[in-house]
Each structure stands twice: as structure tokens, then as C-alpha cells.
Design a protein around this ligand. Structure first.
Ligand SMILES: Cc1cc2nc3c(=O)[nH]c(=O)nc-3n(C[C@H](O)[C@H](O)[C@H](O)COP(=O)(O)OP(=O)(O)OC[C@H]3O[C@@H](n4cnc5c(N)ncnc54)[C@H](O)[C@@H]3O)c2cc1C
Length: 394
């Protein structure tokens, strides 16, 4: 069986790995011209870490652990009002936890498959026709080709979803917030801290990348509308939204790269009634984006890929396999989306009163007594049954 995977991100590369291990031939098309650069930090734990361990890649990830010992919620002078330490985080997660750059994980996943899987960079699909016995796709550069199945692993703004299921507006749930991020020079002698500073309607965040002299700046701000901001307009939007903000925000904005290099997206969840149609299925953010506030997007993308590959090997035919995959994953994703929705409402308070309430709540909740509650909120336990005989086990 040959499966075309559109999107060489976390979900697509993990799926390629597990399909290959299960005797199915994947081909990956990735829009970006090469492995992606830049990116943002992620907390990697629970199901995602479990799958990485089954792939035998944890040792390659660990040296890239971001040097962060605490998450501090600071005032304008930089003093921490509330602090989530690694020690408390360990008690919440009760398992391995790796803060990483998203691109580090992508890079290691790519290394794990590139000798065995065809990955076509700078390529995408432009049309899809389900022929009943095969799926025919038009590729931007590679002409028309047939595969047994097509899997859209092309993220929150999935082209596969648009071509097969309909326009994004039908499935996107905008959470009233935008985010932006870029690397900046460390002119502060920054320590092993991820710091958040919030004013009504806007929040700036800084954390170390692990690369000497480089920090990541992240900006979150309230926005009534979703939709894409053209690259050329991103920096102007950030500068006007964060104008006059305290702490080191002005200096972070002064150090911004060219507007075209700023990562900016709307914070939205994707909710689809069905994750498959005919010979096409979706995996990861394309069908179940939960947003960054869930801290579970990578885990669910990897879990979806793992479960889909397993179902395709074990079930008789793709119809049963897709149904089993959706049956196993959708409830997990829906629950995390619900949790993230509640959390997102309080992420960037719109008023001074909201800000005071957030400060009090942060100070109250960041204690050991609340570890079980936070563990449930972030789904720290792996959703996979314990390993027995994984085909990819080292
Ligand atoms: C700022 C931020 C912080 C986050 N923090 C966390 C965290 O702490 N923990 C966590 O678990 N998750 C976190 N997430 C969420 C997580 O990054 C995503 O849920 C996860 O990356 C989803 O993986 P994916 O493979 O589905 O999508 P992506 O990682 O977005 O990959 C999609 C891939 O498809 C490619 N592509 C797109 N369109 C096309 C096309 N038309 N043709 C071909 N290729 C295409 C893209 O170039 C990309 O390589 C965070 C997200 C953000 C934005």
C-alpha cells in the first residue's frame, strides 16, 4: 500500500515512521523548501514523549533540552509574582518532561525516517480526486499521481482539508487571541527562566532557546477577528498593539527581525464532524488543533499518527482503519479542546480587574496541592496502552 502524506511536520513525519515500520510505503510532500527553521518552544511530555521513546529518539532529543528552571509571572520591574518551578512541574507531570524547540523535534523525526522514506520538500497538492479504487492528486511540481490513500498532516490551515472537506471557516473556532514569535539577541544576560508579563489585552513572554546569545520572544494579544495577517504587515501590527507596554517589551520590539520573518497566527481550534472521507484522512492539527494553551498538540499529533498507522496495518481495509483511528482519538482531542477553551479565556485578561484575579489565581494554584488538578488539565499521562511488541521498538 502507498500512502501520500501531505505535510512533513510532527504528525506527518511520525506517521511516515510508523507506516514504514508496519510495512506500508509512505511518501511525504512538504511545502517548505527544506526542514523548517526558527519556530517556537514546546513542552514535550506524556503521550508524545512515550511515542518518542518507542521510536528510540529520546536520546537524540535530550541534549537539546531548553535551559528553563522556572516559569515566572513577572511585574513591570521583572519581579516574579508567581512561579512554576521545574520541581513543581515534575510533580504535576510525574514523568519525563522535555522543553524543546519545535524545530528540534521535527529535525530528529526527519533524521529518523530520511534514509527510508521519500520526502519531497518544496512540494504540495493542488487537487484531489477520489477514484474509489485509488486517490489521484495533482502536485504543484510533480504532475498527477495515484496513491492508495492520502493523509492530510498539513497543520491548522490544512490544504488537504480545504480541498476535500471544505473551507477553513467552517471548522475553525477562533479563541479571540493572536500570537506572534521571533528570536531576539540576548542583551539581558538572561537566566534559566521563561518569563511572562501581562497588561490588559496583551502579554509578552521571553525564554532561552539553548543557543548562546539567542532568546525567543512570544507575544499574545486579544483580537476580535481570526484570519491571516499578511507577512509584510505583522511587525506594524505588533508595534501598534504593544506600543507603550512595560517591562522589556519595547526592547524586544526594537530587536524584531524583518516583518516577513515574524511567525504570527490566530489562536483557533479545528473542530470537524468526521476526520476522514473516502480514501482521505486528516491527522494532527489539521483535524484537531487544540491551540498552544493545551500543551498537548504535539502529543495528540504523534498519537494520531501512531494509532492511524496501527489501524491501517491491523484492520481489513481503510474504511475500518479510519473509523478505528477516529474512534480512538477524537474523544481524547475533544476533551483537551474543552480544557484549553476554558484556560484560553483567562490567558490574556482584558481588564485590570481580570489581571488582578489572574495574579491571585496563579499564586494560589502553583502549589503542590493543585498538582493533581493540573495533571488532569494537561493530560500528562500517555493515552497509549503500555508497550508490548511495537514493531519500531529499539
Ligand atoms: C507558539 C506555540 C506553542 C506551542 N506549544 C506547544 C506545547 O508546549 N506543547 C505541545 O504539545 N504543543 C504545542 N503547540 C502546538 C503544536 O506545535 C502543534 O499542535 C503541532 O505542531 C501539530 O503538529 P502537526 O504536524 O499537525 O502540524 P504542524 O507542526 O503545523 O506541521 C504541519 C506541516 O505541514 C506543512 N504544510 C502546511 N501546508 C502544506 C501544504 N499545503 N502542502 C505541504 N505541506 C504543508 C507545514 O510546512 C508543516 O511542516 C504550540 C503551538 C504554537 C503555535
Amino acid at each position: 500500500m502507498r500512502v501520500l502524506i501531505c505535510g512533513g511536520g510532527i504528525a506527518g513525519l511520525t506517521l511516515a515512521y510508523w507506516l514504514r515500520r508496519r510495512g506500508i510505503e509512505p511518501v511525504v510532500v512538504e511545502r517548505a523548501p527544506h526542514g523548517r527553521l526558527g519556530g517556537y518552544g514546546i513542552d514535550f511530555f506524556g503521550t508524545g514523549h512515550d511515542i518518542a521513546a518507542r521510536m528510540g529518539i529520546v536520546d537524540r532529543l535530550t541534549p537539546h533540552r531548553l535551559p528553563v528552571d522556572s516559569v515566572d509571572f513577572v511585574d513591570a520591574s521583572g519581579r516574579a509574582g508567581a512561579r512554576l518551578t521545574t520541581a513543581l512541574l515534575d510533580k504535576i507531570i510525574r514523568g519525563p518532561h522535555l522543553p524543546l524547540m519545535h524545530t528540534t523535534l521535527e529535525g530528529v523525526l526527519l533524521e529518523a525516517i530520511e534514509a527510508e522514506v521519500e520526502v519531497r520538500f518544496g512540494e504540495t497538492i493542488t487537487a484531489v480526486r477520489d477514484l474509489d479504487t485509488a486517490v489521484e492528486v495533482d502536485l504543484a511540481r510533480g504532475g498527477t499521481q495515484r496513491f492508495d490513500l492520502l493523509v492530510g498532516a498539513d497543520g491548522i490551515h490544512s490544504r488537504t482539508r480545504e480541498l476535500v472537506f471544505g473551507p477553513e471557516a467552517r471548522f475553525a473556532r477562533h479563541l479571540g487571541c493572536r500570537l506572534a514569535s521571533y528570536p531576539v539577541t540576548d542583551r539581558y544576560g538572561w537566566g534559566r527562566v521563561r518569563a511572562h508579563y501581562t497588561e490588559p489585552g496583551r502579554q509578552s513572554v521571553v525564554y532561552p532557546t539553548g543557543e548562546a546569545g539567542t532568546l525567543m520572544a512570544l507575544f499574545l494579544f486579544r483580537s476580535a477577528h481570526g484570519g491571516r495577517v499578511p507577512r509584510a504587515e505583522r511587525l506594524d501590527l505588533l508595534r501598534s498593539t504593544f506600543h507603550g507596554m512595560g517591562w522589556i517589551t519595547a526592547s524586544l520590539l526594537a530587536d524584531a527581525p524583518a516583518s516577513e520573518s515574524v511567525f504570527m497566527d490566530t489562536m483557533a481550534q479545528i473542530v470537524l464532524p468526521a476526520w476522514h472521507r473516502g480514501r482521505v484522512a486528516l491527522v494532527g492539527d489539521a483535524c484537531g488543533c487544540m491551540t498552544m494553551v493545551s500543551a498537548q498538540g504535539v502529543s495528540m499529533a504523534m498519537a494520531g499518527a501512531y494509532v492511524l498507522a496501527e489501524a491501517l496495518e491491523e484492520e481489513a481495509g481503510h474504511v475500518r482503519a479510519f473509523a478505528r483511528y477516529q474512534g480512538r482519538m477524537r474523544a481524547e482531542v475533544t476533551r483537551r479542546q474543552r480544557n484549553a477553551l476554558l484556560f484560553a479565556r483567562t490567558l490574556v485578561p482584558g481588564t485590570r480587574a481580570g489581571l488582578v484575579a489572574q495574579g491571585l489565581a496563579n499564586r494560589l494554584i502553583m502549589r503542590e496541592a493543585f498538582a493533581p488538578l493540573l495533571r488532569r488539565q494537561f493530560g500528562a499521562r500517555s493515552i497509549l496502552p503500555p508497550r508490548t511488541a511495537d514493531p519500531g521498538k529499539d
